[in-house]
Design a protein around this ligand. Structure first.
Ligand SMILES: C[S@@+](CC[C@H](N)C(=O)[O-])C[C@H]1O[C@@H](n2cnc3c(N)ncnc32)[C@H](O)[C@@H]1O
Ligand code: SF4
Ligand code: SF4
Ligand code: SF4
Length: 317
């Protein structure tokens, strides 16, 4: 693909986060691409899951009918009404996603998650922080959603980032066709790869899909790109994958595949308000995992990985 074509390739982002230190080496800018192949019940980015831009309503910011009503006047689908307290009520079932109301809203109570952008526009935002990257070994991380769902856009972003000598990383759930992951790997300097559950049926219940493709892709990625740094990550979700058996089983897969780092991520509920804004409900009610329990699981994972290391030569039979 020519550089010109890549620079003009369009895709849909829903956020750009600067100065991140948790999503790949050094200081990074994260580009969040819309669309996902899974539906994890705990997902902190519910606004990422649908591929198209979507309306969200934060009623706390609504000025109420007495002062405003602008959205009410522009909606042609009776998807907006007035509640007893004078604030608007949004009915997602009647909404046609035309987004006229979001344009009219003066207080950003109605907003749209997702906007179209070109590769060049996105990477210019990344380049604003070039000085930080070169000193810290950072760069750009593609996240989402599942960034490889917008395969053409993701590929053009990665190719063009490499032309601009920007370090590239991806956060992926691995639930993508192998040929897409293989192509992306050619332009990647680091991969953060989620393995959420070892048991496929439990994976299906928790995320909407089994894990066969994810595990097979991980094995092929390691085999066909032996020099590409891969960090496998597991978000430890209460009631979903927080038992020693769950973590041991995933750590054993990481050990068997070999040559990868492994990290456990603490659970958080920071995405909860966004479910409300989208007219959805957040299902998980389990209490948070305490830090001590998480540390125990981390120690268990380390033990499993270390048990796979070669014994010193002198001790071999
Ligand atoms: C939002 S995801 C985007 C990348 C990709 N879709 C994935 O799942 O790996 C980025 C990271 O956030 C983690 N994550 C999502 N929801 C979380 C939550 N409620 N608590 C902790 N980590 C979470 C995911 O496991 C993943 O490692
Ligand atoms: S997006 Fe369009 S249809 Fe939906 S509430 Fe707003 S104006 Fe009405
Ligand atoms: S336009 Fe915005 S602030 Fe005004 S009534 Fe509608 S939601 Fe509320
Ligand atoms: S794969 Fe990632 S973005 Fe998609 S639903 Fe799961 S946590 Fe959210």
């Amino acid at each position: 693909m020519s550089a010109q074509t890549d620079r003009n390739t369009k895709g849909i982002l829903f956020n750009i986060q600067k100065y991140s230190v948790h999503d790949g080496p050094g200081i990074r800018t994260i580009l969040f691409l819309k669309g996902c192949s899974l539906r994890c019940r705990w997902c902190s980015n519910p606004e990422s899951q649908s591929a198209a831009p979507e309306l969200a309503f934060n009623r706390d910011k609504c000025l109420g009918e007495e002062h405003c009503q602008r959205c009410h006047h522009v909606c042609r689908n009776q998807a907006l009404g007035v509640a007893q307290d004078g604030k608007m009520v949004w009915n997602p079932d009647d909404c046609r996603q035309c987004h006229a109301c979001a344009e009219a809203c003066p207080n950003k109570a109605l907003i749209v998650y997702g906007y179209e952008t070109t590769v060049d526009q996105a990477l210019r935002r990344v380049e604003e922080d070039e000085a930080f990257y070169s000193r810290s070994g950072g760069g750009v991380t593609l996240s989402g959603g599942e960034p490889l769902v917008q395969a053409e856009f993701a590929m053009a972003l990665l190719r063009e980032a490499k032309r601009r000598r920007i370090h590239t990383c991806i956060e992926t759930c691995g639930m993508v066709p192998w040929n897409v992951l293989r192509e992306a790997a050619q332009y990647l300097d680091h991969v953060l790869y989620d393995v959420k559950l070892a048991d496929s049926e439990k994976h299906r219940m928790a995320t909407g899909a089994g894990n066969e493709v994810i595990l097979e892709n991980l094995r092929r990625l390691r085999r066909e790109f032996p020099d590409l740094p891969i960090t496998v990550r597991t978000p430890v979700i209460p009631g979903i994958n927080d038992t020693p058996e769950d973590i041991r089983a995933i750590a054993e897969i990481v050990r068997e595949v070999g040559g990868m780092d492994y990290e456990l991520l603490g659970y958080h509920r920071m995405g909860t308000p966004k479910y409300v804004y989208l007219g959805r409900s957040y299902e998980l009610t389990e209490p948070n995992l305490d830090e001590g329990r998480l540390e125990e699981l981390r120690a268990l994972a380390r033990k499993v990985l270390e048990s796979g290391k070669e014994a010193p030569r002198g001790l071999c039979a």
